[in-house]
Write a protein that binds this ligand. Structure first.
Ligand code: G3P
Length: 227
């Protein structure tokens, strides 16, 4: 399953609306919008929900985290190989709700590349952009933690954070895809993100907690088509 840009990744986190049966239902909605609009939409469910989604739905599936470990004695950890075998195509790394140390981020990026998964590293501000870009992940998402789940989009209220991250990351490695997230909830927010130089968005509550996630995703996709 290929990831194309512009890319919308819906992080399911641990909301009940996106857990278990609901995770599959929401992934099918994302697939429907993706098929109807030809915009690439992926989902990042909890680990246990990955296999049932990859079995039934043909959109990119990401894990929410992978640990900096190799196969062996690591009880309770998440192994890159296991995510791969479950059918995921990539993983989020260092989300602000699942932080890692810099050395661990570097190690996970390497491990993930070894098993041919896509690495998407989250950063909270442009501060570490160049350092992280030097580890050459496939994607970086800038998400100021204070805007997460607020419905106030980073692309609208902190445009300089987004454009600065794009500039810094691309100055180190122009191949890295840059996304932004936090508070993204309307088509206008997505359009603003793309106009700032990103190649997509990482979103959670604006879709997962919406009364009608289909409508929200369709609005996102239509605004991408417009840009
Ligand atoms: O990973 C996406 C996320 O942290 C943004 O959350 O709820 O503001 O879209 P939200």
């Amino acid at each position: 399953m290929n990831v194309r840009t512009p890319f919308v990744l819906v992080n399911f986190k641990t909301y009940l609306q996106s857990t278990g049966k609901n995770a599959l239902k929401l992934a099918k909605i994302a697939e429907k919008v993706s098929l109807e609009t030809e915009i690439c939409i992926g989902v990042a469910p909890q680990y246990v929900d990955i296999p049932k989604i990859t079995k039934e739905v043909s959109i990119p599936v990401f894990a929410q985290h992978v640990d900096p470990i190799s196969p062996g004695r690591n009880t309770g950890h998440i192994l890159a190989e296991a995510i791969k075998e479950a059918g995921a195509v990539g993983t989020i790394i260092n989300h602000s709700e699942r932080r890692l140390k810099l050395t661990e981020i570097e190690k996970v990026i390497k491990r993930v590349a070894e098993v041919k998964l896509i690495s998407l590293v989250c950063i909270g501000s442009p501060r570490l952009s160049r350092k992280i870009a030097g580890f050459h992940p496939n994607m970086v998402a800038v998400e100021p933690p204070e805007l997460i789940e607020t419905g106030i989009s980073v692309s609208k209220v902190k445009p300089e954070v987004v454009s600065r991250t794009v500039e810094l990351v691309k100055s180190v490695d122009p191949k890295i895809v840059v996304l932004c997230g936090a508070g993204v909830s309307t088509g206008d927010d997505v359009e603003a993100a793309l106009k700032l130089g990103t190649e997509g968005v990482l979103v959670a509550s604006g879709v997962v907690k919406a009364k009608d996630p289909y409508k929200v995703l369709l609005e996102f996709a239509e605004s991408i088509t417009k840009v």
